[in-house]
Design a protein around this ligand. Structure first.
Ligand code: MTE
Length: 319
C-alpha cells in the first residue's frame, strides 16, 4: 500500500477482549441461532455500536478458537482509501457513504444477469457468522466475526457461462461523499478480481455484517467481499458490480504498483513484498505494540482448504 506504516494503536486504546469469553458467545458457538445486540462497554465508533442487529447462525466450519479482535479496533483501524489514506480516516468520514438504496449488479459471462437490492441479497441464502482471520499486506492481522454466506450462493443464481473464468468486483464511487477520491494513489473505482474457482470456494464470503450487526460504513457497508487466505486488499468493500469475465481483471493495485501487487495475492510468508518481509504479523488489539510478532501462516492458515486451488503453480511468479 502506498503509505505503509507500522500499526499505531497504543495499548491504552485496546479494549480487553471480553466478548469471546462470554456465556452468550459460547451458546452461539454451540450452534444456536442468535440475535446479538450492540456490544457493551465501548463508545460508538463511527456509529458501529448502535447499528441494527443481523441474525445469523454460528458456523461450525468457519470458526477459530483464536480471540476475536475487539470490535472497537476492527471498526476504527481501517483501510478504505475512498475516505482517506490514514487508518483513522474511514471512521471519521465514512458516515457520508450513502448505503441506501443500494443496487448490486451481477453481469458479464452469465446466463441470467441480475440486479439485487440489499434485502434481496440478505434473503438469498441463510446468514452465517464466520469467524475468520484477516491478514493485511502491511503486516497486521485481525480475527473478525463476519456475517454473510459463500459467494458461490450468489454466483449460482446467475449461472456462469462456459466462458466465465474470472470474477471482477467493482466498488462504488460517490464523488460528493468520498474525500479520498482526490488522491491519485490508485485508480477509481477500486476493483479486485478472483479466478472463478477461487470465487466459488466456500471460504470466499459475501459479507453483510460483523459482530452481530450490519456492516459499519468504514468496513464496507452494505456489502463486501472477504477472502481470508489472501491479503486484505483483495476483499473489496462497498461493491456495486460483480462481473464474470473470460480474461483476468486488472485490479486497482495491479495498475498502481504492478511490481508489488499481482493477481493472486495469497498470504505467503515465504514470498516477501519487494519492500518488506511477509514472515510475521502483528495481531491488532491482542498483542500490544511491543509484544513479539506472530509467524504468518501459508494461505493465512487456510492451506488445508485452499492449497489444492494452486497445485503445480509457482507461487513466487504468481504473487
Ligand atoms: N475496498 C475499497 N473499496 N477500498 C479500499 O481502500 N481497502 C482494502 C480492502 N477493501 C479497500 C477495500 C484493504 S487494503 C484492506 S486491508 C481491507 O479492505 C480492510 O478491511 P477492514 O477495514 O474491514 O479491516
Amino acid at each position: 500500500m502506498p503509505n505503509y506504516r507500522a500499526p499505531q494503536i497504543h495499548s491504552s486504546e485496546i479494549t480487553p477482549e471480553e466478548v469471546w469469553q462470554s456465556r452468550r458467545y459460547w451458546m452461539k458457538a454451540a450452534g444456536a441461532s442468535v440475535l446479538t445486540g450492540a456490544a457493551a462497554g465501548w463508545p460508538s465508533i463511527g456509529g458501529a455500536a448502535t447499528l441494527p442487529s443481523l441474525e445469523a447462525t454460528v458456523s461450525k466450519r468457519f470458526f477459530t478458537m483464536e480471540p476475536r479482535t475487539p470490535e472497537k479496533d476492527a471498526a476504527s483501524y481501517n483501510n478504505f482509501y475512498e475516505f482517506g489514506l490514514d487508518k483513522g480516516d474511514p471512521v471519521k468520514h465514512a458516515h457520508r457513504l450513502q448505503t441506501s438504496p443500494w443496487k448490486l449488479r451481477i453481469e458479464g459471462e452469465v446466463v441470467s444477469p441480475k440486479t439485487l437490492d440489499i434485502d434481496d441479497i440478505r434473503k438469498l441464502a441463510p446468514l452465517e457468522e464466520r469467524t475468520l482471520r484477516m491478514r493485511c499486506v502491511e503486516g497486521w492481522s485481525m480475527v473478525i466475526p463476519w456475517i454473510g454466506y459463500s459467494m458461490s450462493e450468489l454466483l449460482k443464481q446467475v449461472q456462469p457461462t462456459g466462458n466465465a473464468k474470472y470474477v471482477e468486483f467493482i466498488t462504488d464511487v460517490q464523488p460528493k461523499n468520498m474525500p479520498g477520491l482526490s488522491s491519485r494513489a490508485i485508480q477509481w473505482p477500486y476493483n479486485e478480481g478472483l479466478r472463478l474457482d477461487e470465487a466459488m470456494h466456500p471460504l470466499t464470503t459475501l459479507v453483510l455484517g460483523m459482530y452481530g450487526k450490519i456492516l459499519p460504513n468504514q468496513n464496507g457497508a452494505p456489502v463486501r467481499l472477504m477472502v481470508p487466505w489472501k491479503y486484505g486488499f483483495k476483499s473489496a468493500k462497498s461493491i456495486v458490480t460483480i462481473r464474470l469475465t473470460e480474461k483476468p481483471p486488472v485490479s486497482s493495485w495491479m495498475k498502481a504498483l504492478p511490481s508489488e501487487y499481482g493477481f493472486y495475492s495469497n498470504v505467503n510468508p515465504e514470498v516477501s513484498h519487494p519492500r518488506w518481509s511477509q514472515a510475521t504479523e502483528r495481531r491488532i488489539g491482542e498483542d500490544g505494540v511491543f509484544a513479539p510478532k506472530r509467524k504468518t501462516l501459508m494461505f493465512n492458515g487456510y492451506g488445508n482448504e485452499v492449497a489444492s486451488l494452486y497445485t503445480g503453480m509457482d507461487l513466487r511468479k504468481n504473487y
